[in-house]
Design a protein around this ligand. Structure first.
Ligand code: SF4
Length: 378
């Protein structure tokens, strides 16, 4: 077995190993999602790409107005290459990070940085809150590696020493292991945050059901916050893609501030899902991204699009996907999907889980080095 880094999600687990023999995959430490990802990746064969490269280069060089999209699943070194291509061919670029993640990291709640990493959570996180995020659907090993199960320096008993809260618009798998489960109507996160903050500040007392949440549940949640020495709120797509992103993030930032002002530790961390969303976001902060590129795509400003490692036609909102489908598409990435099928030229690549070097940036902004594909070559 060879130690590798799984790129199935933004946790980039570097404590896993795998062995591939023909079509058989043996893995150790992977979650189901990661194992399936590896099984799928080994079926990707790239074949000869020389002629396709020449054709792709011709299209890109002759583009009048070039748009570059993707790179949230590539290594950081490839993100730097994107900058060079954009600069050489005078292109503009965007990625799925523009749809929420970038705004979250630009918000004053983070100001482009994070206060702690996941190892800090493992060692200190006492009250863990998943707010609008469900690791059982996306970042499977988040609870077992970092936030819920493991023991840590100040968490001697693991899960027994932690309190878990889940706030969501529906019952989720993650709720099954939670001490506090708050189910609220869609779009009312900011209102709930206001209520919790008022109770913590003693400005108003909860006496009645709030947003359908029973008084005992809500009071228990607030008492949990008051007791905890270190609270960590992991917010996800329910917070940043609900159309109320700014108010939601401001509410979480205020909650963190109120807890800190009472002498406790409190932090908010994002739960972006795609393996290198944070790398793409960091690169954008370093001045390597264009502004309003998606809007310009919708306005039909681009005639050619280079898409890298993203089935963008399946993932973009309708108007942007429609505009993109009307351009000449050069696709670089794994075989299959709407974008691959629609592209004028497709250059298929192997997945970095089977052949990857360089680095990707974990969801807590830590860079993780890859060294995949030496022994698991197939
Ligand atoms: S949690 Fe994510 S990175 Fe870790 S093994 Fe599962 S899919 Fe891979």
């Amino acid at each position: 077995m060879e130690d590798i880094v799984c790129n199935g999600c933004s946790l980039l687990c570097d404590d896993v190993s795998a062995e591939v023999s023909g079509k058989n995959v043996n893995s150790l430490g992977f979650c189901k999602l990661g194992h399936t990802h590896l099984e799928t990746a080994i079926t990707h064969k790239i074949g000869s790409i020389e002629k396709k490269l020449v054709k792709a280069a011709e299209i890109l060089v002759n583009a009048e107005n070039l748009f570059l999209y993707g790179w949230t699943r590539t290594i950081n070194e490839a993100i730097i290459e994107r900058l060079k291509i954009a600069s050489t061919l005078n292109g503009h670029f965007a990625s799925s990070a523009d749809l929420g993640s970038m705004q979250a990291m630009s918000h004053s709640i983070h100001s482009q940085g994070l206060d702690i990493n996941l190892e800090y959570v493992r060692n200190n996180g006492e009250f863990i809150i998943y707010w609008g995020s469900d690791p059982s659907e996306s970042l499977h090993r988040h609870p077992s590696r970092f936030a819920v199960l493991p023991r840590g320096e100040k968490i001697p008993e693991g899960i027994e020493s932690r309190t878990i809260g889940v706030v969501d618009v529906r019952e989720t798998e993650t709720m099954k292991m939670a001490n506090h489960r708050l189910i609220l109507p869609a779009g009312s996160d900011a209102e709930l945050l206001d209520t919790v903050i008022s109770e913590l500040e003693g400005k108003s007392l909860i006496k009645d059901t709030v947003l359908g949440i029973p008084v005992s549940e809500l009071i228990g949640f607030v008492r949990g916050l008051q007791k905890s020495e270190c609270t960590v709120i992991f917010y996800g797509s329910g917070v940043i893609n609900s159309g109320n992103q700014d108010a939601n993030l401001s509410g979480i930032a205020k909650l963190v501030e109120v807890l800190r002002s009472s002498g406790k530790e409190a932090y908010a961390l994002p739960m972006f899902v795609q393996s290198n969303t944070m790398g793409a976001t960091k690169a954008a902060f370093e001045g390597k991204s264009g502004a309003n590129s998606l809007q310009r795509l919708i306005s039909r400003e681009f005639d050619t699009v280079l898409v890298v490692c993203d089935d963008v036609l399946a993932n973009l909102p309708g108007p942007a996907a429609k505009a993109l489908a009307e351009t000449r598409i050069v696709y670089v990435g794994q075989l299959g999907g709407l974008t691959d099928n629609r592209a004028t030229v497709s250059i298929h690549t192997v997945d970095t889980i089977t052949a990857g070097s360089g680095s990707m940036t974990r969801v807590d902004m830590d860079d993780i080095k890859l060294n995949n594909g030496t022994e698991i070559n197939y």
